[in-house]
Design a protein around this ligand. Sequence first.
Ligand code: ZN
Ligand code: ZN
Length: 150
Amino acid sequence: MRLLADQLGRVPVDDGDVTLLDEATQSARIALWHVIARSNGALQRPTEGNECSFFTVITDAEWQRLMESGELPREHAYECGMSADHPGPHVTFIYEAMGTFQGWWLRWRGRERELVIHPYCGEVQRGLDPDGLDDTNCLLFQGHPCPHRF
Ligand SMILES: [Zn+2]
Ligand SMILES: [Zn+2]
């Protein structure tokens, strides 16, 4: 990459080239994320506040399995939804399992990974609206071992 950067620094590039380079760099970064997810699961991002910093990707094999319950776009990255220093494996929400009112979640710890269908937490934070229009649901799964997240 450094060699490529040195070479590119010596030639003129237009906006189209910059877009292509951005896309190529992003593809390389995502490919690297997949390797790390499968090898040690240690992908981390900077966070603010009390969020868990780990994130992961959904592998092709996992996505294949998920597609059996519907067609949805796959995100590049999925963040653990729990608070920093939570006990147990990291857990990320993927999407709602068709017709179940439950979520598809990926649990992972190191290279151990497991796709599960699991109910939502169900805790509701009441808003100011008497009709409940601004109530918010906890974003986590039933029995999560950390504070609620709204
Ligand atoms: Zn986590
Ligand atoms: Zn909760």
